[in-house]
Design a protein around this ligand. Structure first.
Ligand code: BGC
Length: 954
């Protein structure tokens, strides 16, 4: 298939001429309300199906709130359409402008103006805040759960003038929900989210104009412990890590139609009382007594005469920051799939999907009755299995008000669960009485994948669910047990997958700002978790701390934002300086604590760090890799000195790695898959011969391991790329399509609906793994989805931000079709291939203002350059597996094991062969006849195998 590739057939469309501006954004925000910078960068997407469309020029215009022109760029000859520097005078605090964009194609044709995109600055200066943090003026015992306080204040809106605009700037020490005149001001959940509170506390800007009315009004807020004051951390954790007083900061700014303004701000004039939430904790759940509700408390006219005063809390408002990404919201409601009665008073509800959020209930019953909801991801013996939750109680309690229908959902907690146990329900629980409300950061979905194998599709779906469950304001390890922490290693490996599936640029750049802040407190060492709540000296750990370098680099590659590299450069460099100092003059980092190839399947259940690969090898490999990336980032930023320094460091570490860990022919110390994957993927081998030999050894290890996964956290994200990089695509597909344990598909065969922490969180007999790390919702091992997107689906960035795409689908594994779609910063890219009737069809959509380098399957690496638009190729294609030489009992064992289809057929007819698969060492050349002669029933086995093979080649 080398020189016969036809040219693409372009797909003519009727509307090729039309160019519209589909989307305008400020920074990485879908809405421009309350941006935290005076000079937000602007991005837009040109929507056109025209072929080869390139932007030749743009024009941006801004109008002030008064509708008057605020500036305009005129026509700027430029093809830049993402993150264009703010072209106007910097915004003042509160200033609102509407931005319009139009573009010219390289052909000179101009688009219509975009719809107006409002951008409004938040409070950019500490001096903008006149509000003070206020806390209820009563004593609390923060060694125990405390009731959630309500805070309120009434105020007047002048009659007959009209309010033209009202904004509420608000945040809390703790979590909060603000209400105006009895109505929640927004649909956010768990505001202000979790940041490194000592350094950065987010505030929100809400447009509350429509909630105000003439005359008397009331502003109120409910506060909860959240991450600020609740119990956090494993091993019992700690309380009040950030402070022991919950407090509210609210500033309502009103502009009347006549131009006059008024302000209502938290101060000593506010009142406080305890509300119906008796206790609320992230890990333990929420208890609510509806009899203690205070109807009308956040509406005007409520009598707060018996409420307590508030007291001011001192807190530096210079630490307040505007959000860089979206808030947490309720994103989906999942109805129960089944209810089983566990006893007369207890039922188990199955929501059919492991998810993160909470249960909403609707009930009628007598006052004072308490319903208890407990949550778990799995059942054991028909009951909730809560052991994996460790010390997280994950229990909600609702005490009925009585006298009619009551609907309740906890406010300041979330659980990771598929099952809920309901105790104390009045009467018989019905499916309609409950719903699971899914909560996570409301990121925009940008990536999709599907293929002809439903099991792989479910794997991909599980990755998406695990991402949803663990992107709840910060990127967490797991959402259910007494952790839910921003483990750096987990997001380090998952960032490329995350960046494909959802627009995480704002979300992760916020988290990286926290990482930077925490790292400064620890003299450059990156903590294990960010925000850092681990109360022990911060020590560096390889592959975890490298998140400081790799996550910004991934965001730069995927979103084209060099600003993230600029913002993080000090942090990136500081991390490499720390670990380079550990390595010292030997350039080998071989001392101190390491997690290493965490959860290598060969490690015993109770010793997750006891992996096959030498931790010093991993640490040195990551040092070389991170130094290289810091050097490249310096190059992007035009910092020539740093570029030279870090690239030289990377070269020295590579030399040291080769001298210490690699034999002259390319065998790598530890002789484990992760060791080879690192050496190959981080480019640590000296020459092509070493690479070839290491590649062969890696493929041999995959085969000797019976094509079951043999890697932990570090090796798993690299192994399939490492195999494909040395031409062992078949071995990569064998690992991917393996269903026996350990493998990616094994959990799917066990009914998994999310990615598990361990390959065998559920053992083959259905029992829950007795080890200590048995989460059923950990995205880390789901990092394989990035390979599905790039290699199976064929969509990868060739240049930062997908300005140029590398389209290179590599069919295999018996798949007959696959498709990957990604909304790049320039628009939707799509690559779909299908094999049928001896031909392959590849259809590719390239976004406007980009180009692509397309390497078609079977083209022996030959590629074509195409511009935007839809391109389609269709040509004869034979699955490389067709026409392979027939196997018989005289063939070598290895030939059978390497032939996926034959091997599966052999296992079906001779199940005893399964034992032969693992630990093939030294027996690969043995003829099948001899292999079979050693099985329990040699004659029958031989006949069955012979028949199975003959059937395949008939
Ligand atoms: C977390 C992991 C994390 C690890 C550190 C665990 O408790 O759940 O995902 O990376 O600790 O090895």
């Amino acid at each position: 298939m080398t020189d016969t590739l036809p040219g693409p057939q372009s797909m003519a469309r009727d509307d090729v001429d039309g160019v519209a501006i589909a989307d305008v954004r400020a920074e990485h925000r879908r809405d421009g309300m309350g941006v935290g910078t005076p000079t937000p960068r602007l991005s837009w997407i040109a929507d056109t199906t025209a072929e080869g469309w390139r932007q030749g020029a743009y024009e941006v215009e801004a109008r002030g709130a008064d509708g008057q022109p605020r500036g305009g760029t005129g026509r700027v000859a430029s093809d830049q359409s993402t993150l264009v520097p703010w072209p106007f005078a910097p915004l003042q605090s509160r200033e609102r402008v509407e931005v319009n964009v139009r573009v010219w194609g390289a052909d000179g044709r101009v688009s219509a103006w975009s719809a107006p995109y409002p951008v409004e600055a938040g409070l950019l200066q500490p001096g903008d805040w006149s509000a003070r943090f206020v806390a209820p003026d009563w004593d609390e015992d923060t060694a125990h759960d405390q009731p959630c306080p309500l805070l309120r204040r009434e105020f007047d809106i002048r009659a007959g003038v009209g309010v033209s605009q009202a904004r509420l700037y608000v945040t809390a020490l703790g979590v909060f929900e603000a209400q105006l005149n009895g109505v929640a001001v927004c649909d956010h959940v768990l505001d202000p989210g979790w940041t490194s509170y000592a350094h950065r506390l987010r505030y929100q800007t809400f447009d509350v104009t429509s909630l105000l009315r003439e005359g008397r009004n009331a502003l109120g807020a409910i506060l909860g412990d959240g991450w600020y004051r609740g119990r956090l951390g494993f091993g019992g954790g700690r309380r009040a890590i950030y402070g022991d007083r919950l407090a509210l900061l609210a500033q309502l700014e009103i502009t009347y139609a006549d131009g006059t303004t008024a302000r209502v701000a938290t101060d000593e004039g506010w009142r406080a009382a305890m509300g119906p939430i008796l206790a609320s904790g992230i890990y333990d759940g929420e208890s609510y007594d509806a009899r203690l509700e205070r109807p009308g408390w956040s509406a005007p006219g409520y009598d707060d005469g018996d409420w307590a005063d508030v007291r001011p809390i001192s807190r530096d408002v210079a630490t307040l920051v505007a959000p860089a990404g979206p808030p947490v919201r309720r994103t989906e409601v999942v109805r129960p799939a089944a209810i089983t009665a566990a006893s007369s008073n207890r039922a188990i509800v199955d929501f059919g999907q492991n998810l993160v959020g909470r249960v909403r209930l609707t009930v009628r019953g007598e006052a004072g009755r308490t319903i208890t909801l407990r949550h778990a991801e799995v059942l054991e013996g028909g009951e909730l299995c809560t052991r994996p939750l460790r010390a997280a109680r994950a229990t909600d309690r609702y005490t009925l008000r009585g006298g009619g229908e009551e609907t309740w959902e906890p406010r300041f907690t979330f659980h990771g669960f598929r099952y809920a146990e309901v105790e104390g329900w009045p009467g018989e629980l019905q499916l309609d009485d409950l719903a699971a409300v899914v909560c996570h950061s409301d990121l925009e979905r940008t990536g999709w994948f599907e293929c002809s194998d439903p099991t792989i599709n479910r794997l991909h779906e599980n990755v998406v669910w695990s991402m949803r469950g663990n992107f709840l304001d910060i990127p967490t390890d797991c959402p259910q047990r007494d952790e839910r922490l921003g483990w750096t290693g987990d997001i380090q490996v998952f960032a490329p997958t995350a960046a494909f599936l959802y627009d995480v640029a704002g979300f992760l750049s916020s988290w990286l700002a926290d990482l930077d802040a925490e790292q400064r407190d620890a003299a450059g060492v990156v903590p294990f978790v960010v925000p850092n709540i681990i109360d022990e000296p911060t020590v560096p750990a390889t592959a975890w701390g490298d998140a400081a370098v790799i996550v910004p680099w991934v965001l730069y590659r995927r979103f084209g934002d060099a600003g993230i590299l600029a913002a993080q450069f000090d942090s990136m460099r500081a991390w490499v300086d720390v670990i380079a100092a550990r390595a010292g003059e030997t350039y080998l980092w071989d001392t101190g604590f390491q997690f290493g190839d965490w959860l290598d399947p060969a490690a015993p259940p109770d010793k997750p760090a006891a992996a096959r690969t030498d931790p010093a090898l991993i640490a040195t490999a990551y040092l070389a890799h991170s130094a290289e990336l810091v050097g490249r980032a310096a190059g992007v930023l035009g910092r020539a000195d740093d570029e030279g320094r870090y690239l030289t460091l990377a070269a020295r570490v590579r030399d040291a790695f080769a001298a210490e860990f690699v034999s002259s022919t390319g065998r790598v110390v530890s002789d484990a898959p992760t060791a080879y994957a690192l050496a190959l993927e981080f480019d640590l081998l000296h020459d092509a011969d070493q690479r070839r030999h290491a590649g062969e050894r890696l493929a041999a290890l995959a085969r000797e391991g019976g094509y079951r996964v043999g890697t932990g956290f570090v090796g798993t994200p690299l192994i399939l790329d490492a195999l494909c990089g040395v031409g062992a695509d078949d071995a990569a597909y064998r690992l991917l399509t393996q269903r026996a344990c350990p493998s990616w598909l094994y959990p799917v065969t066990m009914g998994a609906t999310t990615i598990w922490e361990r390959w065998d969180s559920l053992l083959p007999d259905g029992a829950v793994n007795p080890g200590e790390m048995t989460s059923f919702n950990h995205y880390a091992l789901g990092a394989v989805a990035d390979w599905l997107h790039r290699v199976v689906g064929g969509l990868a960035p060739a240049e930062p931000g997908y300005r140029r795409l590398d389209v290179r689908p590599r069919p295999g594994g018996g798949l007959t079709s696959a498709r990957a779609r990604h909304r790049t910063p320039y628009g939707l890219a799509d690559c779909a291939w299908r094999i049928a009737d001896g031909a392959i069809t590849v259809e590719v959509v390239i976004p406007p203002n980009t180009t692509a380098h397309v390497t078609l399957p079977g083209s022996d690496g030959e590629s074509v350059e195409v511009g935007s638009g839809t391109h389609r190729w269709s040509y004869p294609y034979r699955d490389p597996r067709e026409g392979r030489p027939p196997l018989s009992l005289d063939s070598a064992l290895v030939a059978l094991v390497d032939d996926a289809e034959a091997w599966e057929a052999a296992l079906r007819s001779v199940p005893d062969l399964a034992g032969v698969e693992v630990g093939l060492q030294g027996r690969g050349d043995m003829p099948l006849r001899r292999v079979v002669s050693r099985l329990p029933h040699p004659t029958e086995a031989g006949m069955a195998l012979e028949a199975a093979l003959a059937a395949l080649w008939r």
